[in-house]
Design a binder for this molecule. Structure first.
Ligand SMILES: *[C@@H]1O[C@H](CO)[C@@H](O)[C@H](O)[C@H]1NC(C)=O
Ligand SMILES: *[C@@H]1O[C@H](CO)[C@@H](O)[C@H](O)[C@H]1NC(C)=O
Ligand SMILES: *[C@@H]1O[C@H](CO)[C@@H](O)[C@H](O)[C@H]1NC(C)=O
Length: 187
């Protein structure tokens, strides 16, 4: 069936232009009722079709119906999730499910203050060029560890104040990808 295979080739080419990636370890923030209520069902329905897809597409789809900051944790809400307890010095093992890479791009991992959407302290990881086009396994761009810094003990003492945010910006297509890991540092 030449027409079908031609169609499939076009679909593959079209989706190949999009990047797709999401953190799968540790458990990142996910969708829930508070998110759908605040962001709106147009945005949430669109984004949940592809949890690894770029934020910009959902924002464009939602238009004026968007009721949340989509660029803070992809719009996902703390109310729908739970914070992990990490001690200072704990090594947190990350895995990014990279479904489709796209260049050029950069990525970083930072602890963010959720109330102000600002970075706390120094970034935990910075990649000037992400994903690594020549990477061989084990890949340090998608499998990496971060260490919980001492400077966060008071700023992140209870759940809902801080998240570790993984951030990827694919500059060619102007597409943003984010995953947040809620955590707190128990006293
Ligand atoms: C990480 O990405 C965010 C979003 O663009 C940016 O605000 C921040 O400056 C970046 N951090 C580094 C160290 O590049
Ligand atoms: C990309 O991967 C290659 C092959 O594993 C490695 O030699 C290189 O250092 C990596 N680049 C960066 C920036 O980590
Ligand atoms: C990350 O930490 C785990 C557990 O401590 C360790 O087994 C693994 O080798 C570390 N990975 C990297 C890339 O350092």
């Amino acid at each position: 069936m030449p027409s079908t295979s031609h169609f499939l080739a076009l679909v593959t080419a079209a989706t190949g232009a999009l990047g797709h990636a999401v953190v799968t370890k540790p458990q990142p923030r996910v969708a829930g009722p508070a998110y759908t209520e605040l962001c709106g069902s147009t945005y949430s329905t669109y984004m949940e079709k592809d949890p690894a897809g770029p934020i910009e597409n959902g924002v464009a789809q939602a238009g004026s119906s968007l009721g949340c900051n989509a660029y803070l944790c992809r719009g996902y809400q703390y109310e729908d999730n739970e914070a992990a307890a990490y001690k200072v010095g704990d090594v947190v093992v990350f895995h990014v499910d990279l479904i489709a890479g796209h260049h050029p791009g950069f990525a970083n991992v930072s602890v963010i203050d959720l109330a102000t959407n600002t970075i706390l302290g120094d970034p935990l990881k910075v990649w000037d060029d992400w994903p690594n086009a020549t990477a061989t396994t084990p890949r340090s761009d998608i499998d990496f560890n971060v260490t919980i810094p001492e400077s966060l003990t008071s700023a992140c003492d209870v759940g809902g104040k801080c998240a570790i945010q993984w951030y990827w910006y694919a500059g060619g297509n102007k597409q943003t990808y984010e995953s947040c890991v809620d955590f707190y540092v128990p006293a």
